[in-house]
Design a protein around this ligand. Structure first.
Ligand SMILES: [Ca+2]
Length: 301
């Protein structure tokens, strides 16, 4: 009995599971001042606000800080809109548009991707899906974004990468690396996953980062930095520079192929509504909801 209660307590407080972390932040507020204070305490920002990445051997090669006038679209030299409402292979319910209603700069250095309820092209929801395909494709690097995820039943936020050879070899042979994947009913949890031939759909190589159950804070309370370090034969997954998951070819199912070496990938940002992973909106769902992105940065060494 003692063993069980100790185990239960450890699980609840996040002391036992290797993918749960004690998190020394007060995230009951999302004001910029408090957020910045928290991040300075965590060693992520200097007092001047400059980001310090853990390993200075990474050099910045591409970024978007989403500076620009309020209610303007994201920089078309960097981002494409993937549009349409075909369910995207996951029975999703949104129609992705290229309108500023669904993706716009806020005027204070952020990009907002907004999922909302409206009748549009035969669908009941709209949102946006941005990609850097053919505009920025790269092989290997540290890929990170500072994001505040939205929370509500039936939405599915993601910051991820696809192999740029998807048109030639198809999915999942092109490879997919999910850096931040969250379903709105689990606002404490980030999924970091890799999909390829033999490990995909509901059986990817995956790791989960969760805030401790007893803490009030949610990932949706404030901005967090979601990143991967992608190198030959290894991908390391981080939240706020804390390593929670590492995958190498030894982790694949027997007979599978590692499809992450020696070919370029591109970046995607999107908020889906409904579908296989989050389930559909219901009576608890509150819309519109926005995923807020402060920046996306890619480093190489
Ligand atoms: Ca910014």
């Amino acid at each position: 009995m003692k063993k069980i209660s100790t185990l239960l307590l450890a699980l609840l407080t996040g002391c036992i599971a290797t993918t749960q972390y004690q998190y020394n932040t007060n995230t009951n507020t999302n004001t910029n001042t408090k957020t910045k204070t928290n991040e300075i305490q965590m060693g992520l920002l200097t007092p001047s606000g400059k980001l310090e990445i853990a390993d200075p051997s990474w050099k910045l090669v591409w970024s978007d800080d989403f500076n620009g006038q309020a209610n303007t679209p994201p920089d078309p030299s960097k981002w494409n809109h993937a549009t349409g409402g075909n369910g995207w292979g996951n029975n999703e319910l949104e129609y992705y548009t290229d309108r500023i209603e669904n993706a716009h700069l806020t005027g204070d250095g952020h990009l907002a991707i907004r999922a909302q309820r409206e009748d549009y092209q035969g669908m009941q929801y709209t949102s946006a899906r941005l990609t850097t395909a053919k505009k920025f494709e790269f092989t290997y690097g540290r890929v990170e974004a500072r994001i505040m995820i939205p929370k509500t039943q039936g939405i599915w936020s993601a910051f991820w990468m696809l192999g740029a050879n998807i048109q030639e070899v198809g999915w999942p042979n092109c490879g997919e690396i999910d850096i931040m994947e969250n379903i709105g009913r689990e606002p404490k949890t980030n999924h970091g996953s890799m999909h390829g031939p033999g490990y995909h759909s509901s059986h990817p190589m995956t790791g989960t980062f969760s805030l401790p159950l007893l803490r009030r804070s949610l990932l949706s309370d404030t901005y967090h930095i979601y990143s991967v370090e992608w190198e030959p034969n290894v991908v390391r997954f981080y939240v706020d520079n804390m390593l929670y998951h590492t995958k190498t070819p030894q982790d694949m199912p027997r007979g599978s192929t590692w499809v992450f070496n020696d070919h370029p990938f591109y970046i995607l940002l999107n908020v889906a509504v409904g579908g296989n992973m989050p389930g559909n909106p219901d009576g608890r769902t509150i819309l519109p909801k926005e995923m807020m992105i402060d920046y996306v940065r890619v480093y190489q060494r």
